[in-house]
Design a protein around this ligand. Structure first.
Ligand code: SF4
Length: 79
């Protein structure tokens, strides 16, 4: 389990799991694809603080769940 972390500015927990990201099924990728994306992010050198993509600036668990989002890694997307 990932320990809770809080935003230094607003105090909001920034360690979000899939159930805490509010998308409907139309907007969300399948569970297996979400898990695959998150595992790639966890091994990526561009992951900051264990939560945030250096290039996109957003929380990877949010980005990985969205059908509309992709990996912004420079030169070649990792997913
Ligand atoms: S560059 Fe891609 S793989 Fe790396 S943390 Fe960002 S979204 Fe994840």
């Amino acid at each position: 389990m990932i320990p809770a972390r809080q935003c230094k500015s607003c105090g909001t927990n920034v360690k979000l799991d899939k159930d805490q990201v509010a998308f409907n099924q139309v907007q969300s990728v399948a569970d297996w694809l979400y898990e695959k994306r998150v595992s790639i992010c966890k091994a990526c050198p561009s992951l900051l603080y264990g939560t945030t993509c250096q290039h996109a600036g957003d929380i990877v668990t949010y980005r990985a769940l969205s059908k509309e989002k992709g990996c912004p890694y420079p030169g070649h997307a990792k997913w």
